[in-house]
Design a protein around this ligand. Sequence first.
Ligand SMILES: Cc1ncc(COP(=O)(O)O)c(C=O)c1O
Length: 466
Amino acid sequence: MCRGADRLFSSEGRIVSSFFFRNLKRSYPTVSTGSGVWVRDTAGNTYLDASSGAIVANLGHGVEEINQAICAQLSQIAFAHTSQFVSQAGLDLAARIGALAPPVFRRGARVYFTSGGSESVETALKMARAYFVELGQDSRATVISRRSSYHGSTAGALAATGHPARRKPYLPLLKEQPHISPAYSYRCRCGAAGSCESAACTLALADELEQAILAAGPERVMAFIAEPIVGAALGAAVPGPLYWPRVREICTRYGVLLIADEVMTGLGRTGANFGVDLWGVEPDIIALGKGLAAGYLPLGAVLAAGHVVAAFESNSGVFEHGFTYSGHPAACAAGLAATTILTREGLVQKVSAQEREFFARLNELRRFDVVGDVRGRGFMAGIELVKDRDTKEPHPAAMRISQLVARESAARGLLIYPGSGSIDGHNGDHVMIAPPFTITDAEMDELFLRLGQTLEIVTASVLSRA
Ligand SMILES: Cc1ncc(COP(=O)(O)O)c(C=O)c1O
């Protein structure tokens, strides 16, 4: 057991500090060092990072090559504003991202840099709106998104987010926009046992988009935004094979821009460069964050396909938008080094090659009664936790079972990513397992050993309460 692990999730006692903690009734260990999949705190505990932080540290911790690239950039110049300069690192990284992206992004596409996922989504939404203003289609201002989704913390991104608990306090600040059903095959409306793979259900879900466009009036709709595989809000829920192609078809039919939120799925997490590659679908705009600089510095990006860029180029030439830190040279240097390692080491291919074995081992965890579903792609896995596997009844929300599992695993030196509210924003619990791509076989054994021990303890504790 970890020393001081009780401090990690304690709800008692306030700590005297001026740091605005995520939860002011909890205490957090102070992190000290990281190397590979391992993270250490100042109390001497060591954790295996099985969630890459918040699914960010895709290359593991302490990669000296990235640190060196950042230092080299800092020693030249730390900051330059994009109203005055571009940096070579920014130019090179834009080219690199374009080369990794689906084919439509290789001709005339451009990359707009941000400092993280929420900024990327906010930028993507504003870019979609500005695109239609450039084209003289000013009536297009509605964004359609899905329930059980997370697109970020800023106002536009939160308005698109479909997670009631995260939205509730801020509703008066958010623009009301249509949300359609998520592609949540474990809880399909048809009531299938297990996960629903039926073409009819998959297409019916995608067709909700068309109904929403028609209800809003196609001339008012500017974009549909969705994650290829829903991360934090739904625990790696993967739509059926027909879903994304049909969504693309509907967006094209009504001239609606398709925005893929690849903040979590982008750059290898799913075993493909981009999540949409798994369906062979090309969006008009892609939002990136998290894995782009692998956590070494805050960095996000928005890829705009050539036809989106052309609307600006052939009209005002200006996207009226900007952040002070957009294209920060050191952050771009971090992204360049991270993507160099990603491609040079063949890490996307490694994740793809290890996917089958990874999920075979995850599926073995179904031996624990609390495990209702195991899902995901690549190294992006979700385990849904249920009270009754036959009926899929969730645990009472007040039990906060995903937090309980995360607490138990942290006490065993294993970091995983808990989530709740997947069913309706309040009920429904999952944990995500998403290790760095660089994890070794021995470390993977250790991950599953600790995860198995955790689920055993939690299953016993749940049964003893029943
Ligand atoms: C799919 C998705 N979009 C957007 C965001 C927001 O990113 P950030 O927290 O970097 O602002 C997240 C963060 O979890 C995410 O998972």
